[in-house]
Write a protein that binds this ligand. Structure first.
Ligand code: 6PG
Length: 473
């Protein structure tokens, strides 16, 4: 086949096909590979008139059809499938070709693949793609990282298909090595935190306050027009009005209360602890999904303890407080994720441009929200800000909402509603903004039982004390 295609895709399920069709809309000639003939046919059938879209079931045909340097994206499940596609492709690739992993791969796997392929002259890119199927078709947010030299070849096509925020594409070079997958992993950690916070707000309103699904729809739809304007709040409002066609009941009430997960939130927490950096709201979001999955035990415990939820009066003040509390905690979740990126960028020499990360998250992705505008300003004032909480304007936003959050916690925890993400957000804030924490006592205890030593406030040096009364006598 004469090389005439601009971009190739391995894996043309809905996501892969939609990305290719999006590229085709922008005038790029695209080719997709899948083992299944039906998928190759479906891709071609979906091509808008006047576009060049081809589906093949022979990987060699795909490689030979591409212009050099070849640009090939893999959209296959993270893990072994990625390695097996790489092995299948390798004999047919040439020096300078660019291979992109667009799945949610673990960043350490991506690093290994970069090193493995570098030796063979192939530029490997780990790229987070956010926004689901519709995003892929009409404008995803994309987080590519890898070889800076190869970025120039990817930039035109990725900028053409990306979501735009105020006309600026939501794709940018995220840095060296596995920076792209690292940024996407943290995006997902923040996604988990925001979803858990929304779920806790739902619990307060529904279980505590007895709000109906219609009222919940109204509340979230109204919030989506104000300070909480975001994709996740919008989606939540939509969920509350969706009825089950079979029974006519509200679908959300028929869904089993066990949260699934594919692991990206867990990775965010795991690697944060390795750094180390504190991201307790994200940690709690992971922990609460895990706890929810233990449904049998929860049902037994519910019988054993016979806990009754207190009644929460849904006054205008309570609703306004809850809106403010969510804005406070969303900001904390972003701050935690961005502080992780700042530290990881240094530790792993990724050189992640945080202002660009915020731009990329402004449209197309799951965590897009109006709050990000405040962060652009904060990073505009200090591009290397280690934590958003250190910015004076962000401090103002948090201070103005702090009292609302404390009132929500007092009422909600008093009523027996689990508020793990709300509570960990305020504790993070209280601890981060304390010039004296009680860990002097922890240092004393460590030294008492393990001779781990401590430092003193009144003089330099490292000290150990024989704390036991009898050893001192
Ligand atoms: C996105 C999402 C997506 C993620 C799913 C599933 O940005 O489009 O982050 O990539 O894989 O939301 O995540 P869990 O199954 O772990 O909830």
């Amino acid at each position: 086949m004469t090389p005439s295609f601009d971009f190739g895709m391995i894996g043309i399920g809905v996501m892969g096909s939609n990305l290719l069709l999006n590229m085709a809309d922008s005038g790029f000639a695209v080719i997709g590979f899948d083992l299944k003939q039906e998928r190759a046919d479906a891709l071609e059938a979906a091509a808008p008139p006047g576009t060049t879209v081809k589906g093949v079931v022979d990987i060699v045909e795909l490689v030979q059809g591409l212009k050099k340097p070849r640009k090939i994206m893999m959209l296959v499940p993270a893990g072994k499938a990625v390695d097996s596609v790489i092995e299948n492709l390798l004999p047919h690739l040439e020096d300078g070709d660019i291979l992109i992993d667009g799945g949610n791969s673990f960043f350490r796997d991506t690093l290994q693949r970069i090193n493995y392929l570098q030796d063979k002259g192939i530029h490997f890119f780990g790229m987070g793609v956010s926004g689901g199927e519709m995003g892929a078709r009409f404008g995803p947010s994309m987080m590519p990282g890898g070889d800076a030299e190869a970025w120039q070849y990817l930039r035109p096509v990725l900028e053409a298909i990306a979501a735009k925020s105020d006309g600026v594409p939501c794709v940018a070079y995220m840095g060296n090595g596995a920076a792209g997958h690292y940024v996407k992993m943290v995006h997902n950690g923040i996604e988990y935190a925001m979803m858990q916070l929304i779920a806790e707000a739902y619990d307060l309103l529904r279980r505590g306050g007895g709000a109906t699904n219609e009222e919940l729809h109204g509340t979230f739809a109204a919030w989506d027009k104000g300070q909480l304007q975001s994709f996740l709040v919008e989606v939540t409002a939509e969920v509350f009005k969706t009825q089950d066609p079979e029974t006519g009941a509200y679908l959300v009430d028929l869904i089993v209360d066990q949260a699934g997960s594919k692991g990206t939130g867990k990775w965010t927490s795991q690697v944060a602890m390795d750094l180390p950096v504190s991201i307790p709201t994200i940690d709690m979001a992971v922990a609460m999904r895990d706890l929810s999955a233990n449904r049998d035990q929860r049902v037994k415990a519910a019988k054993l303890y016979g806990k009754k939820t207190g009644v929460i009066e849904l006054t205008e003040e309570f609703r306004a407080d809850l809106e403010n509390a969510l804005a406070f905690c969303f900001t904390i979740a972003y701050a935690q994720g961005l502080s992780q990126l700042a530290k990881a960028s240094d530790e792993l020499s990724m050189n992640i441009p945080l202002p660009a990360v915020i731009q990329v998250w402004k449209a197309g992705c799951i965590i897009r929200s109006a709050l990000l505008g405040n962060f652009t300003k904060a990073f505009g004032r200090e591009a290397k800000l280690p934590n958003l909480l250190l910015d004076a304007d962000i401090a103002g936003i948090l201070k103005n909402r702090e009292a609302s959050l404390r009132r929500i916690l007092i009422t909600g925890i008093g009523a027996g509603i689990p508020l793990a993400a709300f509570a960990s957000s305020v504790s993070y804030y209280d601890a981060y903004c304390s010039d004296r924490l009680p860990v002097n006592l922890i240092q004393a205890q460590r030294d008492y039982f393990g001779a781990h030593t401590y430092q003193r406030t009144d003089k330099e040096g490292v000290f150990h004390t024989e704390w036991h009364a009898d050893s001192q006598s």
